[in-house]
Design a protein around this ligand. Structure first.
Ligand SMILES: Nc1ncnc2c1ncn2[C@@H]1O[C@H](COP(=O)(O)OP(=O)(O)O)[C@@H](O)[C@H]1O
Ligand SMILES: N[C@@H](CCC(=O)OP(=O)(O)O)C(=O)O
Length: 368
């Protein structure tokens, strides 16, 4: 079966909450209808939804965004309820479920939690569920002050190697100056995400409800480019924006990566030189890895050396000590030892739990 493409779609606060007047459910339904159409065309979608603070303020009857971090966190906790209810009921019209995923930047910088988040998101997509991601505002402080869902969306795009990150906002895209300040500003149709000139154009803050402005969007595009993801910044008020994108048109601003998603991943893995352990493969597994680039299953492993944790880099060697591949391992050294030679369906019986059926997934592996 052909692998489905993945798009991460980030929607900002001002857009989602009708400039702070409450969730714009009609517009949300328009996006959801278009997202469902993308799914039918072979693209899995993940939503990164801001708006918890803005919606919480509306529910609590606050006219002005508070400065106190704890009040912001309280507003976010109240507003998050409205956000997920609204997304769920829009997708329900298409008989699709959503899942609330609250992440912090720390979750994605810790290798083990990174793999856990990745597995959960991919498992949800496998069940045709649409993840709705937001920052876990209750436990973070800096992010809520600076508002950084653009960065979070880029990290999610890295996590699942998304083909595309779509940042929907209240402007038509990135202009060469802030169009709120300068009506003569011109739209930038496309650029390299790595172009240093973009930061200067993006200067200035956000709309007042959203926090990041264009600066965090441009930074997010550069971050997303690390996994080969292309970013589009476009207006969410353009009802057909997602359809136009999938049809190959280019509304808004397209920020291009320098490399493809798969190459980017392999480069990233190849840069991790510190091997924490070695897995010795039987002849069949060594051949499958070399010839087909397959995932490594426990049944093909005859011995395990070294001390490593889940998510660390290990080398795969054949029986003659020749290195075949390296990759991020799904089980720690003690568990990997217990799994040697076992079939994947036996993993839960042997360990009492199962993370993944592979010891190393092919997406997390470089064949040498
Ligand atoms: N060069 C620029 N091009 C477009 N918008 C800009 C630019 N510089 C600053 N902005 C401002 O960024 C705002 C969008 O950012 P923000 O309010 O954080 O949106 P969101 O809530 O969608 O993340 C726009 O309303 C605009 O005023
Ligand atoms: N987690 C916060 C995100 C704030 C934020 O980044 O806003 P935005 O700049 O509109 O994407 C919220 O839901 O309110």
């Amino acid at each position: 079966m052909a692998q489905r493409a993945r798009w991460v779609i980030k929607i900002g606060s001002a857009l989602l909450t009708n400039d702070g007047r409450g969730l714009d459910r009609d517009l949300m339904q328009v996006w959801v209808d278009r997202m469902v159409a993308l799914r039918e065309r072979g693209i899995d979608v993940m939503v990164v939804s801001s708006g918890a603070v803005a919606e919480g303020m509306t529910r609590l009857g606050w006219a002005r965004r508070p400065d106190s971090v704890h009040q912001l966190q309280a507003a976010a906790a109240v507003g998050q309820m409205g956000l997920v209810q609204a997304w769920e009921s829009c997708f329900q019209k298409h008989r699709l479920h959503t899942a609330q995923v609250l992440l912090t930047h720390d979750d994605l910088s810790d290798r083990k939690r990174y793999l856990n988040a990745r597995s959960t998101l991919l498992t949800l997509l496998g069940f045709s569920v649409v993840p709705v991601v937001n920052e876990n505002d209750t436990v973070v402080t800096d992010e809520i002050r600076f508002g950084d869902n653009d960065t979070l969306a880029a990290l999610v795009a890295n996590l699942v190697e998304a083909e595309r990150l779509v940042i929907l906002t209240d402007q038509d895209g990135l202009f060469d100056a802030d169009p709120r300040q300068n009506p003569a500003a011109r739209l930038i149709p496309s650029a390299r995400a790595s172009d240093p000139a973009l930061a200067a154009m993006a200067g200035g803050g956000g709309s007042g409800l959203g926090r990041g402005g264009m600066t965090t969007k441009v930074r997010a595009a550069a971050l997303a480019a690390r996994s080969g993801t292309m970013t589009t910044i476009a207006s969410g008020r353009r009802p057909e924006v997602l359809t136009e994108l999938v049809d190959g048109q280019a509304p808004g601003t397209t920020l291009l990566p320098d490399t493809s998603p798969m190459n980017a991943r392999k480069q990233w893995l190849a840069g991790h030189l510190r091997m924490r352990g070695r897995l010795i493969l039987d002849d069949g597994a060594a051949r499958w890895l070399r010839e087909a680039g397959s995932s490594l299953l426990p049944v093909g492993v005859v011995d395990v050396f070294g001390q490593f944790s889940r998510g660390e880099m290990v080398a795969c060697e054949d029986r003659h000590g020749e290195r075949v591949a390296c990759g991020l391992v799904n089980y720690d050294a003690a568990d990997a030892r217990r799994l040697c030679g076992k079939k994947s369906h036996q993993i839960a019986d042997v360990l009492g739990f199962m993370n993944e059926e592979e010891l190393i997934h092919r997406d997390n592996m470089v064949v040498l």
